[in-house]
Structures are given as structure tokens and as C-alpha cells.
Design a protein around this ligand. Structure first.
Ligand SMILES: NC(=O)c1ccc[n+]([C@@H]2O[C@H](COP(=O)([O-])OP(=O)(O)OC[C@H]3O[C@@H](n4cnc5c(N)ncnc54)[C@H](OP(=O)(O)O)[C@@H]3O)[C@@H](O)[C@H]2O)c1
Length: 279
């Protein structure tokens, strides 16, 4: 059973979702990418994260193919790029995303990272889209604590539903203040690149050793770790059925205190404030 997290409004959504960055870049691979997303939906990974920026709209088209005939089962997250985050730009971008996705509404629409437009202007645009039924929730991505404070102080800012940020055992600075800030407001964090983009993290001796005890791979341990607090959504990207199946099975792993301590010993939790890193 895929665990859930609760949005500020009370709605429960899947805690383990699916990323789509780099999907839709190669037309020859699009069918396999859509098949992997469909297999994920079947296994309960019903939250799909995409963005207008990914493959210049190509990833949203792959999502459209994957969710065809099952719109009501999925929770779609997409993002407006900061250069389009003006009042008119947000509306235009949202309409284009809706068209590419082949849907009437986006479940959660995020500002991809802070940009040059005043956040009040972007929030105003998000609120209008919500009133029109084109989006159900809005949120942000790559916002540090100071940015979240600014949102909270802006009219309408109390409706921010999530902050999507880089989070994995080698990038855990947010545990110092951003995570507690969000938890205090019952706002789930969405962890991106939870596998560290399949780089050095998956060769971690600590994740490998913990994995041995659970008969699991380092990738599965990284996913279980990202989900451990019950308030975090994790969106690993898998474009093959094998990776997808492996990732979906990670929801059955319950990390013990000993597992977490062994991971902490190598991938140290922050002791001071660190600026938010982003990809
Ligand atoms: N808001 C932002 O600024 C931002 C930034 C980065 C990412 N994101 C979102 O977060 C999602 C996830 O992040 P990400 O794509 O950067 O990195 P990631 O999910 O940490 O890693 C993806 C890589 O891991 C591989 N992989 C997947 N499952 C695996 C497994 N079980 N074993 C070994 N390798 C595995 C994938 O290969 P295959 O594809 O070949 O399966 C891919 O190369 C993105 O797709 C995107 O939706 C958002």
C-alpha cells in the first residue's frame, strides 16, 4: 500500500510519486516512458510531477499519453517557469500546459523557482486560476525559509500547498529549518531527486549495508528514507519498468532506528543553517 501525506486542506495524496524530468526528449523513447508511468499508476504511484520546462513541453505530452483514460486516478503536478510568472504569463503557461496534458485542470501548480516577478503577482495569478477551476492547489519549488516567510506574509499566501525541493541523504540541509517550518504549517515537502540522480548516492556504503538487511537496493533505501517522516512526498523518476517496479516496492521498507543512525553516521544531518541547494 502506498502511504499518503495530507495537504493543508485535508486531502490525502500518494506520498510516493513519479518524476518526469528528461522524459519526452527523445521521441523514440516516449512510448516506453509513458508505459513506465502507467505501470507506476497501477502500483499506486498516482502523483506525477512534470513541468512546462521539461523537454520544452515534451514531458507533459508523455504524461498525457500515460494518463489517457484514467485522469481521475492521478494527481498531476506541473510547474510554471519563473520567466513566465507574471500575471498574464502564468495564465498563458497554465493554458498551454493544460492543452499538452490533455486535462481540464492541474491538481497542483508550482512556481518552478524564485524569479524576477514579485511573488504577490504570481500568487494573485495562481488564485485566479484556482477560482477558474484550472488548478486545484498551488505551491512553489526551490524556495528557502526566507522565501516561504515572504509567501506567508503575502495576501493569499496561506494557500501555498507544498514546496518542492532537493532532498536526499547527501542533500539534507532543509532538515535544519525549512522542513520544521513546513511541518509547523502542515505543509508537505516534495523531495526531488530522491535518488541523487542515480549518481554517487547509490554507491553509498551505508545505504548498501542497510539495504542488505532489508534485501533491498540502495535506491530502495533512499526512497524509504525520503518517506520516513510521513510528511514528505518523494518523486523518483524511472523511465524503465524495472526501475519503476523496484521503486514502487520501496514503500514496504520500514527503516529502523539502527538503520537511520547508520545512515546519519555517513550522510550527516545539518547542525547549522545551510542555503537551499537546487539543480
Ligand atoms: N523542482 C525542481 O527544480 C526539480 C529539479 C530536479 C528534479 N525535479 C523532479 O524530481 C524528479 C526526480 O528527480 P531526478 O529525475 O532529478 O532524479 P532521481 O529521481 O533522483 O534519479 C533519476 C535517475 O535515477 C534512475 N533510477 C530510477 N530508479 C532507479 C533504481 N531503482 N535504481 C537505479 N537507478 C534508478 C533513473 O534512470 P531511468 O530513467 O533510466 O529509469 C534516472 O537516471 C524529476 O524527474 C522531476 O520531476 C524537480
Amino acid at each position: 500500500m502506498v502511504p499518503t501525506v495530507t495537504l493543508p486542506g485535508g486531502e490525502k495524496i500518494a506520498a510516493l510519486g513519479q518524476g518526469t524530468w528528461h522524459m519526452g526528449e527523445a521521441p523514440a523513447k516516449a512510448a516506453a516512458e509513458a508505459a513506465a508511468l502507467r505501470a507506476g499508476i497501477e502500483r499506486g504511484l498516482t502523483l506525477i510531477d512534470t513541468a512546462e520546462m521539461y523537454a520544452a513541453g515534451g514531458a507533459e505530452r508523455v504524461v498525457a499519453e500515460a494518463i489517457s483514460g484514467q485522469r481521475s486516478q492521478v494527481f498531476i503536478v506541473s510547474k510554471v517557469s519563473p520567466q513566465n510568472a507574471s500575471a498574464q504569463g502564468v495564465e498563458k503557461s497554465c493554458n498551454a500546459s493544460l492543452q499538452r496534458l490533455g486535462v481540464e485542470f492541474i491538481d497542483l501548480y508550482l512556481l518552478h523557482w524564485p524569479g524576477r516577478y514579485a511573488i504577490s503577482e504570481t500568487i494573485g495569478a495562481f488564485e485566479r486560476l484556482r477560482a477558474q477551476g484550472k488548478i486545484r492547489y498551488w505551491g512553489v519549488s526551490n524556495f528557502d525559509t526566507a522565501g516561504m516567510e515572504e509567501i506567508a506574509a503575502t495576501e493569499g499566501g496561506g494557500n501555498c500547498a507544498s514546496n518542492q525541493v532537493l532532498y536526499h541523504p547527501d542533500q539534507r540541509g532543509i532538515e535544519f529549518d525549512l522542513m520544521p517550518w513546513c511541518r509547523a504549517r502542515e505543509m508537505p515537502i516534495m523531495a526531488y531527486s530522491p535518488l541523487g540522480q542515480a549518481g554517487r548516492l547509490l554507491r553509498s556504503a551505508a545505504l548498501t549495508a542497510v539495504g542488505r538487511r532489508h534485501n533491498a537496493t540502495p535506491a530502495q533505501i533512499a526512497i524509504a528514507w525520503s518517506l520516513r517522516d510521513g510528511n514528505t512526498i518523494s518523486i523518483p523518476k524511472a523511465s524503465s519498468l524495472a526501475h519503476l517496479a523496484e521503486n514502487a516496492a520501496a514503500v514496504n521498507i520500514k527503516l529502523t532506528e539502527q538503520d537511520l543512525a547508520e545512515i546519519d553516521a555517513v550522510h550527516r544531518p545539518p547542525r547549522t543553517k545551510k542555503s537551499l541547494e537546487m539543480l
